[in-house]
Design a protein around this ligand. Structure first.
Ligand code: ATP
Length: 588
């Protein structure tokens, strides 16, 4: 398989790039592939059985009229073909196992890289095809196309045999082979762009359909059915057009290759007959050479016919290489003890993934255990960006975030995830029970689940569900209100007593009772010496905050004790002002 270039050098120092990982995974089946190559030697040598048998029938049996020779040859041929079938079958079965092994070996890495990509780029980005690419790779390896690749290097052997029969036959076959190789290359060149377009358009159409499916209620309510159908059909139409163009071109080459192969066989027969007439060849050799050439050209025919699958897999290999390069394997980190809730942010700037300019600049503050920081500011001020950065979701482009002295990347990501409770603006629940969702899909600790639910004021609401904590929920199937989902999300954030709790507009869907419970939960975290960061639009959400950070257009405009900053905000709600505290660290 090919190596892409674009992603090279982006992997961490000392770590293999994505393509090296792919090659290593393929190398993991080197023994099996060597076995397949050995089987291919046997299969291709045994493929000479047919031509040799014909040679013997025409030149020995028919001339001598010997029935015993015919019988012996026939029995031998039966045995050899049987052997060939058995070995060919074994070869296919081994390739199926190679394919499975490749998939099993790469799946965890690809899954993690896809998740990381989705966290960095956004779930709806068109690059979310890692697992699908791996599937097409597995399908290719398990398909007859892969075995055709093993047969391809044997074509010269059959050509050599033709040259042995007669150089003219060899020359005709070589010429034919070159034409077919040229046709295969042209096929690849001409069908690749439309096939890529079709795959991209198909992905877009699938994504659009999934989004519309999830938002069916909204679409109906807003009378958007016609418009959504038109848009979906537009992307389907684009896919159909590209696919049609690829199929048309592919069909041309497929038909050309098939017809040319048949023609070539007749041409070779004609050349053979001419040589027989000139008494330079025996009739047996003439027939055998025709069969031999068929065998030499078969893998090329197979490759032309299955080119779109081949192309999909090759493109998939490229994309996977880049995906794995973008997200190199986690380096092992020395496990750190559970930190104290001391958060130090210094001169932090954040550039969103795929972004070019920082959307957060020069942010600095310190939080001591037992303190809560409120982050306020107008829409687009950078509050959610700061929340994402504090959870380790978006890496710092400049400056640092330290938790008890260690930068976030010094923690193992899973450990960090357990140390931080995060409630995003939009809460998503996953397939599983309510308890499993609160326990972050790990094996739930029932006491901890109930404790977290009580702290989030979700306990009674959960008990009212048909099966209580064991009620299955899913993104689409759950019949929970926005506030109920938010409370379960808060319970999930509180599960496991995190050191740092990051709440991104936690009260956007909460009623009075929910807001009161939220404040109680924040007080609880502070009481057990945790730290809390809350972004908010509403004053009710920051009543438990000791410190307040006011942001505007990605920059801090005020930082200090809550009431002081609130007073300042009332007196001076205008554009950014660079107070001494703006970039300071020592507000805590
Ligand atoms: N993925 C992204 N790529 C590029 N820019 C982004 C991305 N996400 C956010 N931004 C930009 O970063 C800035 C801050 O956005 P952010 O969501 O942090 O604001 P916010 O203060 O949380 O707003 P709101 O109160 O409306 O939630 C905005 O200008 C936004 O356009």
């Amino acid at each position: 398989m090919r190596d892409g270039q674009g992603g090279k050098g982006r992997a961490g120092a000392g770590w293999p790039d994505g393509f090296a990982e792919l090659r290593a995974a393929r190398g993991g089946s080197a023994g099996l592939l060597a076995g397949v190559a050995a089987f291919s030697v046997a299969v291709n040598l045994l493929a000479l059985t047919g031509p040799l048998f014909m040679l013997q029938i025409y030149d020995r049996v028919l001339t001598s009229g010997s029935v015993p020779t015919l019988t012996a040859l026939f029995l031998l041929v039966t045995f050899l073909f049987l052997m060939m079938g058995v070995i060919d079958l074994a070869r296919s079965r081994v390739m199926a196992r190679v394919a499975l092994r490749l998939q099993e070996r790469l799946e965890p890495r690809v899954f993690q890289a896809t998740l990381a990509d989705s966290a960095a780029v956004g779930a709806d980005d068109h690059r979310q095809t890692g697992l699908r690419d791996l599937d097409s790779l597995r399908q290719l390896v398990a398909s007859p196309l892969a075995t055709a690749l093993f047969d391809l290097p044997w074509a010269p052997l059959f050509l050599a045999a033709l040259y042995l029969f007669h150089p003219t036959l060899g020359a005709v076959a070589t010429l034919g082979l070159l034409v077919l190789v040229l046709a295969t290359w042209l096929n690849q060149r001409l069908t690749r762009p439309p096939l890529r377009d079709a795959a991209a358009a198909e992905h877009l159409a699938d994504r659009t359909a999934a989004l519309y499916r999830n938002e069916g209620e909204l679409i109906t309510a807003l009378g958007m059915r016609g418009a959504t159908l038109a848009r979906w059909r537009q992307s389907r139409h684009r896919m159909a057009q590209s696919l049609l163009s690829a199929l048309d071109r592919g069909a041309f080459f497929s038909v050309f290759s098939k017809s040319f192969r048949l023609f070539l066989q007749s041409a070779l027969l004609a050349a053979g007959a001419w040589l027989v007439l000139r008494q330079e060849l025996t009739p047996g050799a003439m027939i055998a050479s025709s069969v031999l050439m068929g065998r030499a050209l078969a893998p090329i025919d197979q490759l032309v016919a299955g080119w779109s699958a081949m192309q999909r897999a090759l493109d998939g290999w490229d994309r996977l290489g880049h995906l794995l390069t973008r997200h190199p394997p986690q380096r092992p980190r020395t496990p750190l003890p559970r930190p104290a809730a001391r958060v130090d942010v210094a001169n932090l700037s954040i550039i969103p993934p795929q972004g070019a300019v920082p959307v957060l600049r020069c942010v600095g503050f310190s939080l001591a255990p037992g303190q809560a920081l409120g982050v306020i500011g107008p829409s687009g001020a950078g509050k959610s960006t700061l929340a994402r950065a504090l959870t380790g979701g978006w890496p710092a482009a400049g400056g640092t975030i330290r938790l008890d002295g260690a930068t976030l990347d010094q923690y193992d990501p899973d450990q960090l995830g357990r140390l931080i409770g995060y409630l995003p603006q939009q809460v998503t629940l996953f397939d599983g029970t309510v308890a499993e969702n609160i326990a972050r899909l790990s094996q739930p600790d029932p006491a901890a689940v109930v404790r977290a639910a009580i702290a989030a004021a979700a306990h009674r609401m959960i008990l009212a569900l048909p099966q209580g904590y064991d009620t299955p929920v899913s993104q689409a199937g759950a019949r929970l209100s926005g506030g109920q989902v938010q409370r379960i999300g808060l319970a999930r954030a509180l599960y496991g007593d995190p050191v740092l709790l990051v709440l991104d507009e936690p009260d956007s869907n909460l009623d009075h009772e929910g807001s009161a419970a939220l404040n109680l939960a924040i007080r609880g975290v502070k009481a057990r010496a945790g730290a809390v960061v809350i972004t908010a639009h509403r004053p009710a959400a920051i009543v438990e905050c000791d410190l307040l950070l006011r942001m505007d257009r990605g920059q801090p405009v005020a930082l200090g004790p809550r009431d002081e900053v609130l007073r300042e905000t009332v007196c001076n709600p205008g554009p950014p002002r660079h107070a001494a505290a703006e970039t300071g660290r020592g507000a805590a």
